[in-house]
Write a protein that binds this ligand. Structure first.
Ligand code: T1G
Length: 700
């Protein structure tokens, strides 16, 4: 097999070219090839070695697909030490994204040049890992401790010029990288530049408090995650210990992270995100329709946020509202959001103005007759949505895509209100739509392939994480949310308090407790959705009694200053309100429920396993294409902790047999109406299989 690494002596420069598409990952063959090349150069006539990559990027890291397999020599950390020890100058020429182990190869090189469009970074923390090939020891020596802490704990890449500012890149070049890099190497040779080894540099001393401050900050920003803490320990070691001992600690911590279930969960998500973008049965070469203009129906919270998502991606948007007041109010919220981004330094005033200029308000359907895509974002009422789609059918040009942002409604019924159901699709954004990454792309029965392909491509273009869902009430996310919220309400009325329920889930890792989520979204939303359903579809009445009472006494949540909690009108800080417990206890008595002590383990298991159980039904019915899509939905749309990998990965992590046993316990304790195991769960246990095995066996 030909090596993905090619070595050629040109003049007196040994050119090492890595060619391992798609992202030149450091597979075993690449590591072997690099080691062979470095060793060849030590013995030949070269005066310097130039490491460069073919394709769209410099090395984007270790090969994640090799993780969990028995390690093969040369190990990456040994390889980078050998690169740094080279007696011949080593220059790394970076383009695309030099990430993780790839950036560590560059850091072990003696000099680095990068194209001005290049980015470098150490994203290992996003995989529950840490740089394991010297990154935690070399970056502080080259760029200082604060820069190292930021770069490695955030995992966010930086641009070439910023990297140069920090001393991580020595020369930023433009045009053809290879010729610029060869010129730079020739300059170094001509200048008799000596090998410069980062490991020999001293770390500028810092206040010891820097590390405790970083730990405190990470407690908030990466709550529950282990890798960030290990990273701070390693960077601190770079200050306190000689290089060799710091490297020893890094290797130990890297091993710990590799064995940490958190990393297995986050690696699972890495591939789950990429799988989610692939649509089963949709030919890869399906032509997309052109989207150069978008119309939005409704300037409410969702309509405004969706408009900003499009404008932020440079797509002109026309928002249609029925009256001037509503339009003005909606555009004022957009203005306020942009002003807020400028104030927080997230956006320059000129960029905000340019994006705002891309958003226009109108009150006449004829004004959106020529757009390529329309997204309806009015409040949840099927008849109203059908009325609007009938109007869009008349007003919009042939070939325009007609999308609905409904969170629940049957997209087939909405499509049936038009003469072009093949052009209708669901695009379910999550609030706030200009921030939340998740986008449920709802494939209706008659949605055309090119409409679906266009929606998936558009999602990537506006920076969203698309997940395909079939049509059912609430699609993937909200359908699973119903039993989750049901159990939150039942735990409350059976013996809990708003604090005990929310704290249990928050401490377990959810971004926010379920009752606080209800208050944030507005309790009237759920109330109206229940009222719109026939009595027999409203679910367990015990689970809606308390929220119904709260709404009927005007406690709608944050927007009315009180819901399950009371909220400070200025700071929005929430405080407990004994009045709520009185309502809960009275409702329990009224329903003949004898309240009992419910501990946090029961609360967590009832809520999380109800997600798992419903998720497996959704997978079995084919509403979700694959179990890992359910994980992407919950992590990116519902605040499920990334380090638990999502409901499906979590179920495999604790063992589907234990999940089934616990669900059966709840069935016996709480009744089969709410607790009947999903058939797929029972099958997996019978077959002694896992969700991951099932996914593999049923994969594309
Ligand atoms: N290993 C294996 N496969 C990878 C890969 C990697 N590092 N990176 C990407 N792929 C695959 C990916 O699965 C997809 O496959 C295809 O490449 C295109 O990716 C010791 C241990 C580079 C910014 O975390 O962030 O080094 O789906 O769709 O949007 O310190 O990929 O087509 O079959 O994402 O243009 C650290 C991970 C590893 C970088 C390109 N590195 N990659 O984004 O394409 S840990 C990372 C990315 C490490 C050392 C440690 C992105 C990208 P498929 P894509 P993209």
């Amino acid at each position: 097999m030909t090596s993905p690494v090619h070595y050629e002596l040109v003049e007196n420069i040994g050119i090492v070219t890595v060619d391992n598409p798609p992202v030149n990952a450091l597979s075993h063959a690449v590591r072997q090839g690099l080691q062979d090349a470095i060793r060849t150069a030590q013995a030949d006539a070269s005066k310097a070695v130039l490491i460069i990559c073919e394709g769209r990027t410099f090395i984007a890291g270790a090969d994640i697909t090799e993780f969990g397999q028995p390690p093969k020599d040369p190990r990456l950390d040994d390889l980078v030490d050998e690169i740094e020890a080279s007696k011949k100058l080593v220059v790394a020429a970076v383009h695309g994204t030099a990430l993780g182990g790839g950036f560590e190869v560059a850091l072990a090189s003696h000099y680095r040049c990068a194209l001005d469009s290049a980015r470098v970074g150490l994203p290992e923390v996003k995989l529950g890992l840490l740089p394991g090939a010297g990154g935690t020891q070399r970056v502080p020596r080259l760029a200082g401790v604060s820069a190292a802490l930021d770069l490695i704990t955030s995992g966010a890449p930086i641009g070439a010029s910023k990297a140069a500012e920090l001393g991580l890149v020595d020369k930023v070049v433009t045009g053809d990288l290879k010729s610029a890099a060869l010129d730079y190497t020739r300059e170094l040779i001509a200048a008799n530049a000596a090998p410069r080894r980062a490991s020999e540099l001293a770390v500028t001393d810092v206040e010891a408090s820097v590390f405790d401050e970083a730990r405190d900050k990470l407690e908030k920003r990466a709550r529950g995650q282990n890798a960030p803490r290990r990273i701070v320990d390693c960077v601190e070691a770079a200050v306190k210990l000689p290089f060799a001992e710091g490297i020893e600690l890094e290797r130990e911590m890297f091993g710990e992270s590799m064995r940490d279930p958190q990393s297995a969960a986050m690696r699972h998500l890495f591939f789950a995100e990429r799988q989610a973008a692939k649509v089963r049965g949709l030919p890869r070469d399906t032509q997309c329709r052109t989207i150069q203009s978008v119309g939005i129906i409704g300037a409410g919270t969702m309509g405004g946020g969706i408009a900003m998502s499009m404008a932020n991606a440079g797509i002109p948007v026309t928002i249609l509202e029925i009256d001037a007041d509503a339009l003005e109010k909606g555009l004022a919220v957009v203005d306020k959001n942009y002003a807020g981004s400028v104030k927080r330094g997230k956006l320059s005033a000129s960029a905000a103005a340019e994006r705002r200029r891309a958003i226009t308000g109108v009150m006449d359907y004829s004004a959106i007759g020529d757009v390529d895509l329309v997204i309806e974002a009015v409040f949840e009422n099927l008849e109203l949505k059908q009325e609007i789609f009938a109007k869009l059918d008349d007003a919009c040009k042939p070939g325009a895509i007609l999308a609905t942002n409904t969170s629940y409604q049957n997209v087939n019924d909405i499509a049936a209100a038009t003469k072009r159901p093949q052009d209708v699709i669901g695009l379910h954004f999550f609030s706030p739509a200009h921030i939340m990454k998740l986008l449920e792309v709802v494939r209706a029965d008659k949605t055309a392939d090119d409409v679906l392909a266009t929606a998936m491509a558009l999602a990537k273009r506006i920076g969203k994480m698309p997940v395909v869902s079939g049509v059912c009430y609430g699609f993937i996310g909200n359908r699973m949310l119903r039993p989750y919220m049901r159990e939150a309400q039942l735990c409350l009325i059976e013996g809990g308090t708003p604090e005990s329920i929310d704290t249990a889930l928050y401490d377990w890792g959810m971004a926010m407790g379920p009752l606080s989520v209800g208050d944030l979204a507005g309790l009237d939303i759920g109330y109206k959705a229940r009222q719109a359903l026939p009595e027999n579809e409203r679910g367990d009445p015990r689970a809606s009694r308390v929220p119904d009472i709260l709404v009927e006494v005007g406690r709608l949540g944050q927007k009315s200053g009180a819901g399950f909690y009371r909220y400070d009108p200025e700071t929005r800080k929430k405080t407990s309100d004994p009045a709520v417990l009185e309502i809960v206890e009275a409702a329990a008595e009224d329903l003949g429920i004898k309240r009992r002590t419910i501990d946090s383990r029961e609360i967590v298991d009832r809520l999380i396993l109800s997600l798992v159980n419903e998720g497996l039904r959704i997978v079995e019915e084919g509403i979700a294409q694959r179990p890992s899509d359910v994980d992407v939905v919950y992590v990116y749309g519902y605040g499920f902790p990334v380090y638990r990998g999502g409901p499906m990965h979590y179920a495999d992590a604790i063992g589907v047999d234990k999940v089934l046993a616990r669900i059966n316990e709840f069935r016996d304790l709480l009744g089969e109406k709410n607790w009947t195991p999903a058939p797929l769960l029972e099958k997996l246990v019978t077959d002694k299989s896992t969700i991951a095995d099932w996914a593999m066996a049923n994969s594309d």
